[in-house]
Design a protein around this ligand. Structure first.
Ligand code: FAD
Length: 249
C-alpha cells in the first residue's frame, strides 16, 4: 500500500535529482512527538518491527501505531546479516512460512516503491561430507514434495553453475550441492527503510526512543514506555530483548 503523500522513486526522479544536486528529497519517515495512546506499540525498528507496522496498517487497517527504536532504523541485526533469502527449509511449517516470505520478497520493491536490491541469483549449499550430502538430499526431497524448488547437483553441475568454485584441490572436496534457484540476496536494511516509509505514509509512526544508550538520555523521559498506552504491545527487539524493560500497556 503506497500512500499518495509518499515521495515516489522512479528512474526519472533519480535522474532529475542527480542533475540538480540531490536537492528536493524529503525525509522518508517521521520521528514525531509521542502521543499518549496508540492502538499498537512495537518495540524495535528492525525488519520485523517495521514489517509488523506495515502489515498491520496495510492488511488490518490499523494506523495509530508507534514503532519505538532506541538506535537507528534498520541498525540491528537487520543491518548486518548475511543477506541470504531462501525457503528451502526442512520442516513443512518452516518451508511454508519461508516460501510465503520469499513470494513477498519477489514483489516487495514494487509494493514498497523502494529498491530492496533483491536478486534471485540462486543459493547453493555445498556438501563436503557424506553426512552433508545425505542431509541436503533429505531437504531437496522434502522441499519438492511441498512444491518448493530445490535441486541436488553433482560437484560438476555445481561448478558449471558457479565456475570459480574449486571442487577438487581442497582438503574437503565438494561432493555435491543443494541449489535453490529462486533464492538469492537482498539488502535487509533497505527493506527496513522501505517498510518504515510505507508504514509511516499509512499513518504509523517510526520513532526513536532511548531505552538503553546514555547518549540519548534526553529522549528517555518522554519516551519511557510506562508513560505510553496501547491496546496491543509487541516486542520486536530480537537479540536485544534481554535489555528491554517490560512496559505497561
Ligand atoms: C550475523 C547474522 C547473519 C544473518 N544472516 C541472515 C541471512 O542471511 N538471511 C536471513 O534471512 N536472516 C539472517 N540473519 C537473521 C536476521 O538478520 C534477523 O532474524 C533479523 O534481522 C531480525 O530482525 P528484527 O527486526 O527482529 O531484529 P533487529 O534487526 O535486531 O531489530 C531490533 C531493533 O530493536 C531495537 N531495540 C532493542 N532494544 C530496544 C529497546 N529497549 N527500545 C527500543 N528499541 C530497541 C534495536 O536497536 C534494533 O534496531 C542473520 C543474523 C545475523 C546476526
Amino acid at each position: 500500500m503506497i500512500c499518495a503523500s509518499m515521495q515516489s522513486f522512479s528512474g526519472l526522479s533519480l535522474l532529475l535529482r542527480g542533475l540538480t544536486g540531490q536537492r528536493g528529497w524529503t525525509p522518508q519517515w517521521r520521528s514525531p512527538e509521542p502521543k499518549a495512546e496508540y492502538d499498537a506499540l512495537i518495540v524495535g525498528g528492525g525488519g520485523h518491527g517495521l514489517g509488523a507496522a506495515y502489515y498491520l496498517a496495510s492488511e488490518h487497517r490499523l494506523t495509530n501505531i508507534a514503532v519505538l527504536e532506541k538506535g537507528w532504523i534498520g541498525g540491528g541485526n537487520t543491518g548486518r546479516n548475511t543477506t541470504i533469502i531462501r525457503s528451502n527449509y526442512l520442516w513443512d511449517e518452516s518451508a511454508a512460512l519461508y516460501e510465503h516470505a520469499l513470494k513477498l520478497w519477489e514483489d516487495l520493491s514494487r509494493a514498497l516503491n523502494y529498491n530492496t536490491m533483491f536478486s534471485q541469483r540462486g543459493v547453493m549449499m555445498l556438501a563436503h561430507t557424506v553426512h552433508d550430502a545425505q542431509v541436503f538430499k533429505r531437504h531437496v526431497h522434502a522441499n519438492r514434495v511441498n512444491g518448493i524448488d530445490n535441486e541436488w547437483l553433482t560437484a560438476e553441475q555445481a561448478k558449471a553453475f558457479c565456475p570459480p568454485l574449486n571442487i577438487e584441490n581442497i582438503r574437503y572436496p565438494v561432493l555435491g550441492a543443494a541449489l535453490q534457484r529462486r533464492g538469492g540476496t537482498a539488502r535487509h536494511d533497505a527493506v527496513a527503510w522501505g517498510y518504515a516509509r510505507a508504514a509511516d505514509a499509512s499513518g504509523s509512526t517510526s520513532s526513536r526512543t532511548a531505552r538503553s544508550p546514555a547518549s540519548a538520555a534526553t529522549d528517555a523521559a518522554r519516551w519511557r514506555p510506562s508513560r505510553l498506552r496501547a491496546a496491543r504491545y509487541a516486542h520486536r527487539a530480537s537479540a536485544w530483548r534481554r535489555r528491554v524493560t517490560p512496559a505497561s500497556s
